[in-house]
Write a protein that binds this ligand. Structure first.
Ligand code: B12
Length: 238
């Protein structure tokens, strides 16, 4: 069943057409992600960059596409290969957009240091990587620890890099409690007061962030960068 849906929506790669508007390009970018076409997604992302489309807007459109796939999975209409196909397409487009964001915006001034990662048991990395890119472009030095990062590894990284901010991502309701575990581990290691902790990911909300003792939460990567700037007492444009 899953294979049937998967192959059915894997349609022919779309052609890039001259004279398209930014909205046409974004529509095509979204469509090819929902068709799991990684090559076309990369090509449309390049086209978007060439035509001067805002890379953050393009990233939002990609997020809409992957969210639709996630919703289909949640309803039982789509399956793991669909999540993987969508994620691969999204990642190949994101690489182009992230390069463009870095090229456009890197600030020379170092506003502070951030350690970031996705919590233990969780391998979702698309949102976390986007957060890292936007923090970099906002002017932070970012140490990205990757995915499936244990509480011990977060604590060690805080000891080693002495960051101003620890940014953690959790995408599963089963891994969200890891965020609390890391904050508690920082507390028992006497490190909690030395670092601001920000959290995010699909199952996280403001209330949960407050409850576990985080310093901030945002539902978006742009919001994460704004939050980090605010925590550092900087206004900064993003
Ligand atoms: C792609 C995807 C996958 C891919 C991940 C590929 C990769 N390299 O990341 C794969 C196929 C591997 C996968 C696996 C699984 N997945 Co999955 N996945 C998704 C999906 C469709 C999209 C996630 C994504 O990339 N979104 C796009 C990015 C840009 O958004 P984001 O991550 O939310 O990040 C944004 C914000 O949250 C925020 N943010 C993120 N991090 C941070 C950090 C900070 C500090 C701040 C401030 C903000 C912030 O900024 C980002 C940009 O705006 C979601 C659906 C969804 N609605 O989230 C399901 C989803 C998260 N997955 C789900 C599930 C169940 C699984 C599996 C358990 C499936 C299985 N049975 O094996 C496994 C778990 C594997 C594991 N141990 O981690 C469920 C979780 C349900 C739940 N309530 O727990 C979801 C919600 C799908 C669903 N509707 O059921 N998945």
């Amino acid at each position: 069943m899953s294979r049937r849906i998967y192959t059915k929506i894997r349609v022919k790669r779309s052609k890039l057409v001259d004279g398209m508007t930014g909205s046409d390009i974004l529509r095509s970018l979204k469509r090819v992600v929902t068709e799991y076409d990684a090559d076309a997604a990369e090509a449309w992302a390049r086209k978007a960059v060439e035509e001067g489309v805002d890379p953050i807007r393009a990233a939002d459109v990609l997020s809409e596409a992957i969210r639709e796939i996630g919703d289909g999975f949640g309803r039982g209409a789509l399956f793991i290969p669909d999540l993987i196909g969508g994620a691969e397409a999204m990642k190949s487009a994101m690489r182009v957009l992230e390069d463009e964001l870095k090229r456009r915006d890197v600030r020379r001034e170092n506003l502070g240091t951030v350690v970031a990662g996705t919590v233990y048991g969780d391998i979702h990395d698309i949102g976390k990587t986007l957060v890292c890119t936007l923090l970099t472009t906002a002017g932070f030095a970012v140490y990205d620890l990757g995915v499936d990062v244990s509480a011990e590894a977060f604590v060690k990284a805080v000891e080693r890099y002495k960051p101003d901010i620890l940014a953690m991502s959790a995408l599963l309701t089963t891994t969200a409690p890891e965020l609390r575990k890391v904050i508690e581990a920082l507390r028992s290691g006497g490190l909690r007061d030395r670092v601001k902790v920000i959290v995010g990911g699909a199952p996280i909300n403001d209330r949960f962030a407050k409850e576990i003792g985080a310093d901030g939460y945002s539902p978006t990567a742009v919001g994460a960068a704004k939050l980090a700037l605010w925590l550092m007492g900087k206004k900064g444009a993003i």
